[in-house]
Design a protein around this ligand. Sequence first.
Ligand SMILES: Cc1cc2nc3c(=O)[nH]c(=O)nc-3n(C[C@H](O)[C@H](O)[C@H](O)COP(=O)(O)OP(=O)(O)OC[C@H]3O[C@@H](n4cnc5c(N)ncnc54)[C@H](O)[C@@H]3O)c2cc1C
Length: 365
Amino acid sequence: MHVAVVGGGAVGVALARDLATDATVTLYEADTVAAGATGRAAGLCYDAFSDRRDARLAQRALSRFREADALTDCPYVWLARDTGEDRDARRASEIREQAALVRDRGVDVTTLDSDELGDRFPALVTDDVAVAAVAESAGYVDPERYTTEMAARARERGVDVREHTPVQLTADGDVATDDGVEQFDAVVVAAGAHTRAVVSAVAPIPVKPYRVQALVTESVDRDIPMVFDASGGYYLRPRDGGILVGDGTLPEEQEPDDWKRDADAWFRTDATGYQEAALGESWPDAQSWAGLCTATPDGDPLVGELRSGVYVATGWQGHGFMCAPAIAERLTAQVLGEEWSAFDPTRFAGDESFEIVEGMDVERR
Ligand SMILES: Cc1cc2nc3c(=O)[nH]c(=O)nc-3n(C[C@H](O)[C@H](O)[C@H](O)COP(=O)(O)OP(=O)(O)OC[C@H]3O[C@@H](n4cnc5c(N)ncnc54)[C@H](O)[C@@H]3O)c2cc1C
């Protein structure tokens, strides 16, 4: 069996590597490996999902990151603050309910009040925390390094990795490049924000790219866990001796070839406030950037067979990296003939109109 994989991000590379055990694989990448969202991702990885499918995938992905020696263990804290606003009171009760559900999924999660959180993580500002949940089996990965290493392993398994080779699918599902049209037994398109355009001649899919932002501070002498603050709408993790601060989500559809790669001034200002709210202090940023995530009408990804022999994998709502090795396994099995319909891309007509809702909000977990 000869399979084409389109897109050399975390998903496409992991898939090409897994498929190469049983198939001949050609991986097409328009730019270089990890040049898309993967190379801009924060690399937070956790399994604290209340949805059973999401939790299983994330648990499996964590195991695979550990097997590859790519994961730095670090607890994941998500919390809501007592701001006096109804929205935050709702968020606090959602976190309590979610933590109970997540525990039912077999995930090691504890719920802490502000004093308990402060005792456990003295670097955090906790006096206004209404509730926090802590997932123990979590950590972070360097997405670019991991994906580049996986691409090297894919090559060792015989995958023909063709960088600087943009692809468009023909109406027949064949692979068109500047060098001509090639036919394969199966084609999997994991082209991130470009997936909809790449498969447009085959079938429409409802995916919208949107911008998110992050920055890394200068070196900081603080020992922090990974944190998602549902009241503030931002997340933090240690990175390169500093602190990575992320969010700045803009729920507006972006053109995948025409968007602003730099972080906005307002985000960099807000990130100072986030650091002060979370850590009581802020630091100058050493680097900042933006990247594209992909949204779907129901917040679940589109993964699977779109039309006979043509598969897609996109619409991660900001969680694509942490699930990539597990999605790759499931998709590999499906391409090789197993049934799998968890995130069937044909559940939509493809022309739905919908609002972009960010994936990290507690209502979406
Ligand atoms: C700032 C930021 C922070 C994030 N933080 C996290 C996080 O902490 N945890 C997490 O799980 N996720 C996070 N994400 C989301 C994560 O980056 C994505 O969900 C994930 O990387 C998607 O991987 P992918 O392989 O599907 O897509 P991509 O990495 O976008 O890869 C798609 C590839 O396809 C290539 N391509 C495009 N068009 C074509 C074409 N026509 N022909 C051939 N190749 C093509 C692109 O060049 C690209 O390399 C974050 C994203 C951003 C931007």
